[in-house]
Design a protein around this ligand. Structure first.
Ligand code: ADP
Ligand code: F6P
Length: 284
């Protein structure tokens, strides 16, 4: 392995920069040439890459987002487009690639590996939806951001004796909703992995809890829960319980911000380890 590439793809996640830094520093210290590929597989196909050195990754460990930018490139699922990427790798002399991203990015990395360009995937997504990985890069920061935002919503929810129905990200997975919900002491948490009867799970529970003197409620809903739209749910809760209700969609604020200690540390370790695996030809 003389020359390796590094890219970030799919939804960005806090800590991706720390992973890029570790890949570049480990690669350079091992005597490799390291190419930074811009905008994921899109940039790879276009040959949009540049040589990086120890200084290229200064001052990024604490920054959210990704200095290599990210993109969605749906056409990369097509075999001919992957062949084009293999040609570009030959042209630039790339012997292997470290691909940082979520499950879609991993599928692209697998396809490239099968076509002769060894890739190592680093799990980077706030959704935490990568098999065999307990904590993906960005998940911990996003959880802390959600917790902070919901704590703020709670202040006003409590002041007005209201119910807040809050939608959080996670694509088709409920990890963010579940653990953020536990951390904020939510009355109910809805995740896509479980089917719910709204009347028994939310309405009855709220009514029961109201008899104990509670007047404000936080309901966390994962965006992947099918057939539930938070503003309609808030209206329904108000109708059935009499508690004034509001809906909040947290949105892309969940993906930004400076990475937590945990994300910086796992990203640094994974970046280092990915280069070690390429050195040992494990991606092949
Ligand atoms: P994430 O990596 O966060 O899951 P996406 O699902 O958008 O985000 O995937 C990122 C990119 O990975 C896609 O834009 C595409 O370029 C590539 N990709 C996704 N699915 C496949 C697939 N089945 N085969 C090859 N590449 C894929
Ligand atoms: O995969 C990360 C993620 O933030 C998901 O939680 C969310 O469903 C999706 O990306 C949003 O994608 P976009 O930024 O393209 O709207």
């Amino acid at each position: 392995m003389k020359t390796i590439g590094v890219l970030t793809s799919g939804g960005d996640a806090p800590g991706m920069n720390a992973a890029i830094r570790a890949v570049v520093r480990t690669g350079c210290e091992s005597g490799m040439k390291v190419m930074g590929i811009r905008r994921g597989y899109k940039g790879l196909i276009e040959g949009d890459m540049f040589e990086m050195n120890l200084r290229s990754v200064s001052d990024i460990i604490h920054r959210g987002g990704t200095m290599l930018y990210s993109a969605r490139c749906p056409e990369f699922a097509e075999s001919e487009v992957q062949d084009k990427a293999v040609e570009v790798c030959k042209e630039f002399g790339l012997d292997g690639i470290v691909a940082i991203g979520g499950d879609g990015t991993f599928m692209g990395a697998r396809a490239l590996t099968l076509k002769g360009v060894p890739c190592i995937g680093i799990p980077g997504t706030i959704d935490n939806d990568i098999a065999s990985t307990s904590h993906t890069i960005g998940y911990d920061t996003a959880l802390n951001t959600i917790m902070d935002m919901v704590d703020r919503v709670r202040d006003t929810t409590e002041s007005h004796d209201r119910c807040s129905v809050i939608e959080v990200m996670g694509r088709n997975a409920g990890f963010l909703a579940l653990n953020a919900g536990i951390a904020v002491g939510a009355t109910c948490i809805l995740v896509p992995e479980i089917d719910y009867d709204i009347d028994s799970y939310i309405i009855e529970r709220m009514k029961r809890t109201m008899t104990t003197g509670k007047h404000h409620f936080i309901i966390i809903v994962a965006e992947g829960v099918k057939g539930i739209e938070v503003s309609s749910l808030a209206k329904y809760i108000e109708e059935k319980t009499g508690v004034e209700s509001r809906a909040t969609v947290l949105g892309h604020v969940q993906r930004g911000g400076s990475p937590s200690v945990r994300d910086r540390v796992i990203a640094s370790k994974m970046g280092y380890h990915a280069v070690q695996l390429l050195k040992q030809d494990i991606g092949n």
